[in-house]
Design a protein. Structure first.
Length: 130
C-alpha cells in the first residue's frame, strides 16, 4: 500500500535551481519526481526523499516577491546519518555542522546549499499525533 501524500511541502526558490537540483540529487540523495522547465529555468520541481517532497523553482521576474524570503533551514529524517554525511562529503557538499548527538536524541549534521539554505539530516522523527 502506498504511503499517504505529505501535507506539508517545503518550497525553495533559487537563482540557479539547476545547481540546487544537482546538489540535492547527487550529494544528498533526493530523486527528481518532476521538473517543469521553460526557457532554461525550472518553473516547478518536485524532489523526493523517501516519503517526503520538497518543491524547488527558479526566481524569475514574473514571480511574486511575496515568496522570496532568503534562506531557509529544512530537516530531513534519515536512518543512517553517518553514511549520509560521508556520501555528502565525498560529493563536495559544504558541511556547516559536523555529526553531533543532540540532547533530544537525534544524531545529525547539516550542509549549506549554494544559495545559503541549510539542510539538516538526522534521526529525529517527530509525529503529529504525539
Amino acid at each position: 500500500m502506498a504511503s499517504p501524500a505529505p501535507r506539508i511541502y517545503p518550497t525553495l526558490r533559487y537563482d540557479d535551481a539547476h545547481a540546487a537540483v544537482e546538489l540535492l540529487t547527487t550529494a544528498l540523495g533526493f530523486e527528481v519526481v518532476t521538473l517543469v522547465e521553460d526557457g532554461g529555468t525550472i518553473d516547478h520541481g518536485l524532489l523526493a526523499y523517501d516519503t517526503g517532497i520538497v518543491m524547488v523553482s527558479d526566481r524569475t521576474d514574473q514571480g511574486s516577491p511575496l515568496f522570496d524570503h532568503g534562506t531557509q533551514c529544512l530537516f530531513i529524517a534519515v536512518d543512517d546519518p553517518d553514511a549520509h554525511h560521508d556520501h555528502a562529503v565525498a560529493q563536495g557538499a559544504e558541511v556547516v555542522m559536523e555529526l553531533v548527538d543532540q540532547d533530544y536524541g537525534s544524531r545529525e549534521y547539516a550542509v549549506r546549499d549554494g544559495e545559503g539554505n541549510v539542510w539538516v539530516f538526522g534521526t529525529y522523527r517527530p509525529a503529529a499525533d504525539g
